[in-house]
Design a protein around this ligand. Structure first.
Ligand code: DGL
Length: 267
């Protein structure tokens, strides 16, 4: 198969990475996508680095076997913990994560150089966003906050209403250190954008999904592996558990209906 016609492999611990797929489909509609959601082992955000590296390696191997020409780690936790290892282990194709593109976007959006980052416990604890932002501009002040209850709420589809309002207020009310930009450092958080906006008025929210799509476009051009076919690309999904539930909730993340994913054994 011609290199450019091969699919892009995208993976996440579950459904959240579909927000990245949505952005890729919008920017690069003729690229085909293989999406892997590790629904049996979700959440990654509370797991050890060793386990997240092990899971990420298995998934990358799977996607490469399925002919992926590039891999997007559409999970902040896996990017924080396993991206370097993946790049080292699989040198034949480009592998990108979500943290660098989101950080570049935030640093260009911020005027006062005070940037907030919210994410899972593992992402925040890893310091990966702080590191990425500081290496772009050492004068940036980074204010981080882990928000462990956001993922289960989104997974339940509870993205509006009294309960999530209270949770958002609980996490974010003490978190307004003069920041003018805030990175939604978890693939689930774009779905909470409307409610988060109410509590951080006047602050620019950076959803890394569209930044990742732009970065993917740049890499495809650099490697000359862009699909130049005019045909619309396909989306094939693989999960490690509960394919029906993925199909049902996937619609919310993707903003359109989704074919039932294939259940993958051996993970
Ligand atoms: N996909 C994860 C992330 O972006 C959130 C869900 C999880 O904890 O596995 O950090």
């Amino acid at each position: 198969m011609i290199m450019g016609n091969r699919p892009i492999g995208v993976f996440d611990s579950g459904l959240g990475g579909l927000t990245v797929v949505k952005a890729i489909k919008k920017l690069l509609p003729n690229e085909s996508i293989l999406y892997f959601g590790d629904t049996a082992r979700l959440p990654y955000g509370i797991k050890s680095k060793k386990l997240v590296i092990e899971y990420s390696n298995q998934i990358a191997k799977f996607l490469i076997k399925k002919n992926a020409k590039m891999i997007i780690v559409a999970c902040n936790t896996a990017t924080a913990m396993a991206l370097e290892e993946l790049k080292y282990n699989f040198k034949d194709i480009p592998i990108i994560g979500v943290i660098e593109p989101g950080s570049i976007q935030a640093s260009s959006d911020s005027l006062n150089k005070n940037i907030g980052v919210i994410g899972t416990v593992a992402t925040i604890k890893s310091g990966a966003y702080r590191h990425a932002l500081k290496s772009i501009d050492n004068n940036i002040n980074v204010f981080s906050k882990d928000c462990p209850l956001f993922v289960p709420f989104v997974e339940e589809g509870m993205i509006e209403g009294e309960a999530i309002n209270l949770i958002v207020e609980h996490y974010l009310s003490s978190f307004q250190n003069n920041i003018d930009t805030m990175i939604l450092g978890c693939t689930h958080y774009p779905l909470l954008e409307p409610v988060i906006k109410k509590y951080v008025k006047g602050i620019k929210l950076v959803d890394s999904a569209s930044a990742v799509a732009k970065h993917a476009d740049k890499i495809l051009n650099e490697y000359k592996i862009k699909n130049i076919n005019k045909k619309r690309g396909s989306l094939d999904c693989f999960v490690t558990d509960l394919p029906r539930q993925f199909e049902k909730l996937g619609r919310i993340f993707l903003g359109e209906s989704i074919n039932e994913p294939q259940l993958v054994d051996g993970f």
